[in-house]
Write a protein that binds this ligand. Structure first.
Ligand code: UTP
Length: 305
């Protein structure tokens, strides 16, 4: 059985939910405390045994390439000033321990089209897709969980998670058939962004996919779907008609960094574990909570006597 060695990180989307910040800047470069989102994703790939990553970029995404490249001027400046701790942080982003490749998607035609740009890179091997704006936190990295599942089934394996029923229209949703292990399902159907009234379940596809290379033949023929975009979910549904595609339910914590409120929550959660700021942040949150409670009490309508 072919080992899963390659990952694709689509990062060419327009990031409209984050405008105007994303007008001239990649949302995948938004920092979580002091590290760009995409670096967390590359680190998850590394921890999962991935050797090669293709990052699909587009207009205004150049900083992603620069972030993982060396910056000689900055490095020699830090060296001269004896700032060895900072120098190590900078050097670690270049010597990250994984081979990085880049390709540009000229038009953001959808996630399916972004993944299709990886066809030559992937060749005839199973591979993973890791969305550039979705952070996952769990003791065993989610990408590794998908790879473990694939080693048992030899099939495609898509990460899913329960979402509130009213939010199904934001996600690809699965119609689960039956349990095939603790947290794995066989799937009847994959549906992109169904109306909550018609959604077959509330198990939503989240940003990690393990796919067999047969997906590319289907993506080449895939017509635009929901939102006029070439949807990866639609091609996965077709793949499921010719070979088995499983879904693995994620039980860890997911952070949607592409969404304003999701981004704020992520920054706070990571801040609370960051050695440099965690204590001050905790004190600040407690103080703020006290102030807000006092404010709420003041504005509460007075009860009639
Ligand atoms: P999203 O739908 O979350 O990203 O796609 P978006 O389109 O950039 O965001 P909004 O909805 O306008 O705010 C999930 C991932 O797929 C990538 C995005 O960069 C993101 O990481 N993507 C999406 C592409 O690479 N190409 C596309 O054509 C669409």
């Amino acid at each position: 059985m072919a080992k899963v060695r390659k990952a694709v990180i689509p990062a060419a989307g327009l990031g409209t939910r984050f405008l105007p910040a994303t007008k001239a800047m990649a949302k995948e470069m938004l920092p979580i405390v002091d590290k760009p989102t995409i670096q967390f994703i590359v680190e998850e790939a590394l921890k999962s045994g991935i050797e090669d990553i293709l990052i699909v970029t587009g207009k205004s995404k150049r900083p992603i390439e620069d972030h993982f490249d060396s910056n000689i001027e900055l490095e020699s400046n830090l060296k001269e000033k004896g700032k060895t701790g900072l120098l190590k942080l900078v050097e670690d982003t270049t010597n990250i321990g994984i081979n990085l490749f880049f390709v540009r998607q000229s038009y953001p035609k959808g996630l399916g089209d972004a993944v299709l740009h990886a066809k030559a890179f992937v060749g005839n091997e199973p591979f993973v897709v890791m969305l550039g704006d979705d952070l996952m936190d769990s003791p065993v990295p989610l990408t590794k969980q998908l790879i473990n599942g694939h080693e048992k089934t030899h099939a495609s394996n898509i990460a899913v998670m329960e979402v509130p029923q009213e939010e199904t229209s934001k996600y690809g949703i699965i119609d689960p058939e039956s349990h095939v292990g603790d947290n794995m399902y066989s799937v009847k159907k994959f549906v992109e962004k169904p109306d909550p009234k018609e959604a077959p379940s509330n198990l939503a596809i989240i940003g990690r996919y393990l796919l067999t290379p047969e997906i590319f033949v289907l993506l080449e023929k895939q017509e635009p779907g929901a939102g006029g975009e070439i949807q990866l979910t639609d091609a996965i549904d077709k793949l499921n008609q010719t070979q088995r595609v499983f879904a693995t339910e994620f039980k860890g914590q997911r952070y949607d960094v592409g969404d304003k409120f999701g981004y704020m929550k992520t920054s706070i959660q990571y801040g609370l574990t960051h050695p440099e700021v965690k204590d001050r942040l905790r004190d600040y949150i407690k103080e703020l909570a006290g102030d807000l409670t006092a404010q709420d009490k003041k504005t509460e309508p007075k009860s009639k006597k």
